[in-house]
Design a protein. Structure first.
Length: 96
């Protein structure tokens, strides 16, 4: 969670809004639970940039052995603090 701002928020594909502590707990519980998971990122598009951040759109494909891939579009807001690029917000939407 070192790459996320303390005020990080996530809106998941199902519409649930999660804050930093909730996402941290989710990652701790889920860590290593999906053996063989691969994640591919493509179609990156910079939507906006400002002096200490940017908004980026990308497509994410998750694949587990023996299962159909799941695909989502995500928009992330990044914030730069010193030399670090941090995640401030993430919105995920299933690909239709």
């Amino acid at each position: 969670m070192a790459r996320f701002t303390p005020d990080f928020t996530l809106v998941a594909t199902g519409g649930a809004r999660m804050d930093h502590p909730t996402v941290s707990h989710f990652f701790q519980q889920a860590g290593g639970s999906r053996a063989g998971l691969t994640i591919a990122i493509d179609s990156l598009t910079e939507l906006a940039r400002w002096h200490d951040g940017a908004a980026v759109l990308y497509r994410e494909t998750q694949t587990l052995p023996g299962q159909a891939p799941t695909v989502r579009w995500s928009t992330v807001v990044f914030r730069q603090e010193d030399e670090r690029i941090l995640w401030r917000h993430l919105q995920e939407t299933w690909q239709g």
